[in-house]
Design a protein around this ligand. Structure first.
Ligand code: SF4
Ligand code: SF4
Length: 246
């Protein structure tokens, strides 16, 4: 199991399959995933190979009217619910379901890309710690995907702690409540960002000021409020902080 499909909880991520490239609201993502899953089950027979492209064509046609963030990014219709409770999302043509190691070749990306891709958060050293935190925060797989795909924000938070002279791994224990609060704030606007996980981070966050400028741009007044509360709880730490809001 991994950041994509955590062992704990009943959530999983499907961001890199292009879900959020579609300009939909969170409840509409769930309806779309349910529709895909129902249609997939009614059309695709793993023993009959031509049913895969039939399903793909039908869904691509039905979803063609949905506005996209980026026309060049593909939204794979094989992403759907993969458990009976319809809570975990994932690849409906993954070899563990089809028994065919190459079955993802029926998709636009193909088996080699589908199986090789790891987003930045997943390939990072703190992937397990982020996974546990996001499972705790997310109320469903759409929220979990918003959190997991948002690798620039997670990296900025890591850098904020390290530039504040704090042990980055400690933030998951000692400052867990504050971290949960920060990511809950982030979730309020995540749906507008349409993350695919392919976003490139052009900012190395070389000092505290650079990280704080990014966090202020991303969270606005909520960042100032979060930081004010943080400084109240951790008065000695305030001395090393930047000064944008003092
Ligand atoms: S965006 Fe990352 S965590 Fe999410 S499914 Fe893709 S590789 Fe896994
Ligand atoms: S075929 Fe590839 S892109 Fe499509 S849902 Fe499966 S893993 Fe994602």
């Amino acid at each position: 199991m991994s950041l994509c499909h955590p062992e704990k909880g009943s959530v999983s991520c499907g961001a890199c399959c292009g879900l959020f490239n579609l300009k939909l609201r969170p409840s509409e993502f769930k309806n779309l995933l349910l529709e895909r899953t129902t249609e997939f089950k009614s059309i695709v027979n793993f023993e009959v190979r031509h049913t895969f492209p039939i399903y793909r064509k039908e869904r691509e046609t039905k979803e063609a009217h949905i506005l996209k963030k980026d026309e060049m990014t593909y939204n794979c219709p094989f992403l759907g619910y993969v458990d009976n409770a319809k809570q975990r999302i994932g690849c409906m043509i993954h070899p563990i379901f089809t028994g065919d190691p190459k079955s993802q070749n029926f998709s636009f990306y193909g088996t080699s890309i589908c199986q090789a891709y790891d987003c930045k958060t997943k390939e990072g050293a703190l992937a397990n710690l982020w996974e546990n935190l996001f499972v705790e925060i997310a109320k469903d797989s759409v929220e979990y995907s918003f959190l997991s795909a948002d690798h620039i924000f997670a990296y900025a938070v890591e850098k904020w702690f390290s530039h504040s002279q704090l042990n980055v791994e400690d933030m998951f224990q000692t400052y867990r409540l504050e971290l949960v609060e920060l990511f809950r704030i982030r979730l309020q606007t995540s749906s507008e960002k349409h993350f695919t996980s392919f976003e490139i981070n052009y900012d190395a966050f070389l000092d505290l000021g650079a990280v704080e400028t990014y966090l202020l741009n991303e969270l606005g007044v909520d960042w100032k409020e979060w930081k004010r509360e943080w400084e109240k709880k951790n008065p000695n730490r305030g001395e090393v902080f930047g000064s944008f809001d003092k």
